[in-house]
Design a protein around this ligand. Sequence first.
Ligand code: NAD
Length: 303
Amino acid sequence: MKKNEKIIITGGLGFIFSYVTEYYVAQGYDVVVIDNQTEGSHPEIIDGSFHYYNLDVAEPSVMKIIEEYNPDYIIHAAAISDVDYSIRNPYQTLQKNIMGNLNIFEAARHLTNLKKIVYVSTDEVYGECEHLKREDEIIFPKNPYSCSKAVGSLFRIAFESTFSELKDKTAETRFCNVFGPRQDSRKILPAIKEGLEKGKSLPLHSEGKGYREYIYVKNIPEAVDLILHNGNRTYNLTLNEGFTVSELINKVEKVSGKKIMTHPTDRPGMDLKYQMDNSRIMELGWKPLYSFEQGLTEYLGEL
Ligand SMILES: NC(=O)c1ccc[n+]([C@@H]2O[C@H](COP(=O)([O-])OP(=O)(O)OC[C@H]3O[C@@H](n4cnc5c(N)ncnc54)[C@H](O)[C@@H]3O)[C@@H](O)[C@H]2O)c1
């Protein structure tokens, strides 16, 4: 057990990073979560096993807290993560996510103990993916959410290249679509699940033709930890298990034996396909715990 290492996790009460918070607590780290309990957060995990600051990472005061704490590691995941919200509220999304990114990198470069900062990004930064995108390909975000995430990717490069204090101490993850328990019901699989449980009709973008790769949330903590300790660049995180939404619905109907109702809806600026090359993370030695099917079966098992 690494009792003396300190790790700050921003967004550590959210869907994905609540699992990462619990993982590092279980590993014996001194964990600090910074999270302002907005949409998607799970304050019920606060149980005294980690320090918690109810703070907005877009506020400059967050830098003082981080500098005082002087952690060994930072995982920066706090962000407004809802694409539809970002289309309705571009100013707020860009302001919060970009200022959050800036404050965290600015704080990081002043830390004397820092061993690594991991910035959490997304496959959406690539824009339309006509082939499996590699990490060194151009990014072309097409909605306010993915634009705000891409700005963080650029900050990472700029800060590491400019400030020698951060040399070889930054890394980035680009996840495909993550699903599992605790996910907010505005996202596709929880919406499908809720549709099944409550007989609610599912809003369908682009006639269900949107193709996404999916990964079960319980694969994420180990993958992030692998990058935290062994990575120093950008890593796509996917098992290349991709489907259109219509295919996904068919799969869920098969597993659950129930029919899902849908109705059409619009999402401007929507990319039809995200798909990524995963050779880099595989070369790092990633061994995922769950396939898509295993994750889906466990997730729907609660039905
Ligand atoms: N869910 C996915 O499929 C997916 C895919 C790729 C990347 N990501 C990225 O992973 C991260 C987590 O995603 P998620 O789906 O778990 O999101 P989520 O919305 O469930 O959680 C986000 C958490 O961040 C907190 N937060 C948001 N803005 C904040 C701010 N300004 N200050 C402090 N805390 C703030 C929220 O309170 C919440 O607890 C995000 O950075 C997202 O861009 C998610």
